[in-house]
Write a protein that binds this ligand. Structure first.
Ligand SMILES: [Cu+2]
Length: 160
């Protein structure tokens, strides 16, 4: 119950788009896919721009037992996903998009379903070229499809 109270108070702070507290990596358009009862894993998606270049090496969330950086790839005609070895490269100044069907932040061992229109706290861990770690704390909006300008629904479902 304590956890829920905490969540409610931070929602007030979070604005419509995700607010990143660190300056080194810019996070835009973050969202996490909602889950149903019994579902143990889901993905979080966003656009990341590292001004000086960095790597997304991991994350954590009070809502999930395990957070990993994943990629999806077609192998033959099977879609497979796996942890990105060594982390996801973020070239300096270039926006890298994490999206359904591609790179994503995988939330596993979920403690409760992620309800549509709620938010999930997510901490991303980055490493710069010198190997120095930095963290970005997010309140990621939970949605069934990628939120976006106008009606992008058809497109986002296509990409799955
Ligand atoms: Cu995954």
């Amino acid at each position: 119950m304590k956890y829920i109270a905490k969540l409610t108070s931070v929602i007030v702070v979070a604005t419509f788009s995700t607010v990143a507290l660190a300056q080194s990596v810019d996070v835009k358009d973050a969202w996490a896919r909602s889950t149903v009862q019994g579902q143990k894993a889901t993905g979080a998606f966003m656009k990341l721009t590292a001004k000086e270049g960095a790597k997304l090496v991991g994350g954590s969330s009070p809502a999930a037992g395990v957070v990993e950086v994943h990629e999806m790839k077609m192998e033959g005609d099977v879609m497979k996903m796996r942890a990105v070895p060594g982390g996801l490269d973020l070239p300096a100044g270039k926006a890298v998009e994490l999206k359904p069907g591609g790179y994503h932040v995988m939330l596993m061992d979920l403690k409760a379903p992620l309800m549509k229109d709620s938010t999930v706290p997510l901490t991303l861990v980055f490493k710069d070229a010198k190997g120095v770690e930095s963290k970005v704390e997010l309140k990621v909006p939970v949605s069934t499809v990628a939120p976006g300008p106008a009606m992008q629904m058809d497109h986002s479902q296509h990409k799955m």
